[in-house]
Design a binder for this molecule. Structure first.
Ligand SMILES: C[S@@+](CC[C@H](N)C(=O)[O-])C[C@H]1O[C@@H](n2cnc3c(N)ncnc32)[C@H](O)[C@@H]1O
Length: 162
């Protein structure tokens, strides 16, 4: 699910840090650790607002790409005047959301001025569902959902949550 960049969501040097609190981390999913909800989340709810730590392209290439942080950074447009993109480390739960190709229930928006990412519920989310975003089309790992999702596509079925 594509994200939308915004110029700024708040002004005056103040950024509201919203957080939906009844969440838990599972440590043993097929995707590693993952974020789950222990209460229903209505569509549109802000789940978390996470500060971003902007990296320079140089430090990214020289250092970050050679560490495990490489698997956690987000593409980020270069600040005003710069052409192209760099990477940012997203602090807080933002770095814990796993990817789902067909069943993302969370959308994210970059606030380029305030350097935060806002995560919101894309639909009503049930208790004990995992919160998943889209990392885009170029994954650097084998998608743990791959078999399940291609089976669903072949059968023309959407997953039914009982
Ligand atoms: C931003 S981290 C997400 C949190 C991570 N699961 C952890 O335990 O720290 C991204 C990493 O999670 C794993 N991951 C996320 N989505 C996945 C998926 N659909 N299938 C398999 N692994 C996934 C991959 O190892 C990926 O490099």
């Amino acid at each position: 699910m594509p994200n939308d960049d915004t110029e700024a969501e708040s002004g005056e040097g103040v950024v509201e840090l919203q957080r939906f609190t009844p969440l838990y981390l599972r440590t043993n999913t097929p995707k590693g650790r993952g974020v789950f909800t222990s209460a229903p989340i209505p569509k549109g709810t802000t789940i978390e607002t996470c500060p971003a730590l902007l990296l320079s392209p140089e430090e990214n290439t020289a250092h970050i790409e050679h560490t495990s942080l490489y698997h956690y950074t987000y593409n980020w447009p270069l600040p005003a005047g710069g052409k192209g993109k760099t990477q940012a480390v997203i602090l807080g739960l933002g770095s814990m959301f796993n990817h789902s190709t067909h069943h993302q229930n969370v959308v994210w928006t970059r606030d380029l001025v305030n350097l935060v990412v806002v995560y919101r519920a894309a639909r009503d989310i049930e208790t004990d569902e995992e919160l998943c975003i889209s990392y885009g089309d170029h994954l650097t790992f084998v998608d743990a959902d791959r078999g399940v999702e291609s089976e669903e596509e072949e059968m023309g079925l959407e997953r039914i949550v009982l």
